[in-house]
Design a protein around this ligand. Structure first.
Ligand SMILES: NC(=O)c1ccc[n+]([C@@H]2O[C@H](COP(=O)([O-])OP(=O)(O)OC[C@H]3O[C@@H](n4cnc5c(N)ncnc54)[C@H](OP(=O)(O)O)[C@@H]3O)[C@@H](O)[C@H]2O)c1
Length: 366
């Protein structure tokens, strides 16, 4: 697990290379405000090898926040994260390792008949009740989430993860009402609180795509304060002093800036509405931005308005897009998916420039 001592030692080793607020508080210590993601790419040995080199380069050059999921590239992404942790010249306790469970994973390759695979490996073995499945592939029942945590620990080859996200819980809104989804999240959190007490994870959260970016009347909306209340209730039941709810993940970049621009969440007094970035900040919950490059588009020049581009620091489009995401008030880390070492080198160098201050970010964006 990442520790205070391990992450601060990592910061001492690399901090001088970077600009203001490159390292930020996270969990028991600090992490880089640029992280590396592992979502995209074909499930092949060749891409595995590329990712392993890219991840090791990241860890050896100042990125100590790694994001993956049990289903990414059919389990291959978690396994290459494990290999990179072995290969890099950093200790495990210097690195924030985050993963997710919620989508039923395949194992190495996409099976010829995915529905039959899910039925045989997950339903007939009793791991998944068909009534818990949304879209034929998504489940957040406690037994399943716990089994996926165990699978992730094994794939990653680690004793514990630093942040365990319930993956895209809004997918469950396709088959049940909002109250029932909160109930199911609370049951999953209770299991995660038990695993936290056992030392298998430092904290947990939810990784989302739409839930926190859309307004309250949208079918995919979830309320962050309600989810936090459910985490508190789960911690209470387990007898943990505080809830281990640590972070939310959501897409954030200049063409998907709803987390900043849409007042999707209730204010603490319940009288008004505010953005999820603001609400998370008020609640002391970290926000981890995904898709910082809009899945690569912003690196090739599609989408960034020229007046915003002009205000951002960075030598390349990718660097300026990354600096936009990690400048947003309330964002702890901007994740950038990268399976090429050349991309990692370019991306980590974005951190040598200062991010925009909160007031400038506001002014530039408006
Ligand atoms: N719902 C969720 O929970 C969710 C959803 C999406 C993503 N995520 C997480 O967030 C991470 C980041 O999002 P993402 O990977 O979807 O999108 P992204 O970070 O916006 O973009 C990744 C793409 O950009 C390319 N790229 C990276 N650096 C580049 C550079 N300097 N120049 C040109 N191209 C560059 C990568 O190519 P190469 O691979 O060739 O380097 C990859 O194709 C994911 O990896 C994942 O960990 C979570």
């Amino acid at each position: 697990m990442a520790t205070t001592r391990g992450t601060w030692a990592y910061r001492d080793r690399f901090g001088d290379r970077f600009g203001r607020t490159y390292f930020r508080r996270f969990g028991p210590g600090v992490c880089s405000s640029i992280g590396i993601g592992t979502y995209l790419g074909d499930p092949t040995d060749e891409v595995d090898d590329r990712y392993e080199a890219a991840l090791a380069t990241a860890l050896d050059h100042g990125i100590n926040h790694v994001d993956t999921a049990v289903n990414y590239r059919h389990g291959r992404s978690e396994r290459v994260v494990g290999r990179a942790l072995e290969r890099a010249s950093v200790d495990r306790d210097a690195v924030v390792v985050a993963t997710k469970g919620g989508f039923v994973p395949f194992d190495g390759d996409r099976p010829a008949d995915p529905a039959a695979y899910v039925r045989e490996r997950f339903v007939e073995t009793g791991l998944v009740d068909p009534s818990d499945l949304a879209r034929g592939c998504h489940c957040i029942a406690p037994n399943f989430v716990e089994a996926m945590l165990d699978r992730s620990l094994s794939n990653l080859g680690v004793d514990a993860v630093d942040c365990y996200y319930v993956h895209n819980p809004e997918t469950q809104l396709e088959i049940r009402d909002r109250e029932a989804v909160y109930d199911r999240l609370e049951a999953a959190f209770e299991r995660l609180e038990r695993r936290r007490a056992a030392g298998d994870l430092y904290g947990y959260g939810v990784a989302t795509w739409e839930a926190f970016r859309v307004s309250a009347d949208h079918e995919k909306h979830l309320s962050l304060p309600e989810i936090l209340a459910r985490a508190e209730a789960a911690a209470d039941r387990v007898g943990n002093d505080d809830s281990g709810f640590l972070a939310v993940q959501l897409p954030f970049n200049v063409v998907m800036a709803d987390a900043f621009t849409v007042d999707s969440q209730p204010t603490p007094d319940g009288d008004g509405r505010t953005s999820v970035l603001e609400r998370a900040h008020e609640a002391g919950v970290h926000v981890v931005a995904s898709a910082s490059l809009a899945q690569g588009d912003l690196a090739v020049g599609e989408g960034m308005p020229s007046e915003i581009d002009a205000a951002l620091a960075g030598d390349t489009r990718a660097q300026r897009a990354i600096n936009f995401a990690r400048s947003a008030p309330g964002v702890t880390t901007a994740l950038v998916g990268a399976s090429r070492t050349t991309h990692v080198e370019e991306n980590v160098a974005a951190g040598t420039f200062d991010p925009l201050g909160a007031r400038t970010f506001d002014a530039v964006f408006r």
